[in-house]
Design a binder for this molecule. Sequence first.
Ligand SMILES: *[C@@H]1O[C@H](CO)[C@@H](O)[C@H](O)[C@H]1NC(C)=O
Ligand SMILES: *[C@@H]1O[C@H](CO)[C@@H](O)[C@H](O)[C@H]1NC(C)=O
Length: 267
Amino acid sequence: MEIMWPKESNIFGCTLLLCLALLQEGVRSLNLLSVDIPSHVHIGHTVILKCLFELGNDELYSVKWYRGKDEFYRYVPKDKPPGQVFSLEGFKVNQTASNSHQVVLANVGIAASGEFRCEVSAEAPSFHTDSISKKMIIIDPPHQGPKISGGQSQYNIGEAIRVNCSTIQSSPAATLEWFINGKKAPDTALRFYPIISHQDGLNSKVLGLEFYVYDQHFQDDGLRLQCVASFHPFYSVSSEQSITKRHPSLSVLDIKEEKDFKRVGIR
Ligand SMILES: *[C@@H]1O[C@H](CO)[C@@H](O)[C@H](O)[C@H]1NC(C)=O
Ligand SMILES: *[C@@H]1O[C@H](CO)[C@@H](O)[C@H](O)[C@H]1NC(C)=O
């Protein structure tokens, strides 16, 4: 009973203060401005996640960081020590470098990808709580260009070119594009295949290209096929294959080329 009294008076007191806080809404209170979280991070890198807020007249109660539903870092100024880490798969929190405004994740792995959220709470009387989240993707791009396969080095006019472009394992799966003589291949020439997911979270992808060869396809240096694998927004790798005519027939284009060549020869 003796314990009950102070507790009840405390609850009553808080309620009064809360009313007071509501009446004073014009007074500046905790304001969560933004989070600074990169959209893409290279595997193995260290990343700093920042939470930008103004306290106004409020006192900070806590800053909590979540990935999805899981809390992984909590900063409570009144706790000793104020910072606390809850380990999650995919990264290690560098506790000495983390504080009320930032959390530092060391050696990020593919499993670290997800929705990151910063939640800030004010002390009594306002108890104001706000949070902002942002998606972060860990990328593990291949360091080689994609592989072009299934083609030959020479084709006859009218023959069908059927080739594949495939990425070795990457995360996330690459976006593949085909270019014919530097121009994006038409959708009708593309052949799509399902993504192959591997156990380690990496993905392989294949994009086919199929079209009939016309004379116009052959430029001075033959027919150029290029495949680009992109990992938006800052990384792409590409590979090229050159194709020549197997039986050059005398076409309008060839005559023109010969004339040009002769003229150069005379000079
Ligand atoms: C943690 O961060 C501190 C300060 O930036 C740095 O000196 C230290 O090497 C880091 N520790 C780890 C394990 O990354
Ligand atoms: C391209 O890859 C697909 C899927 O792996 C395969 O079925 C097809 O035969 C390949 N085509 C060529 C021309 O290699």
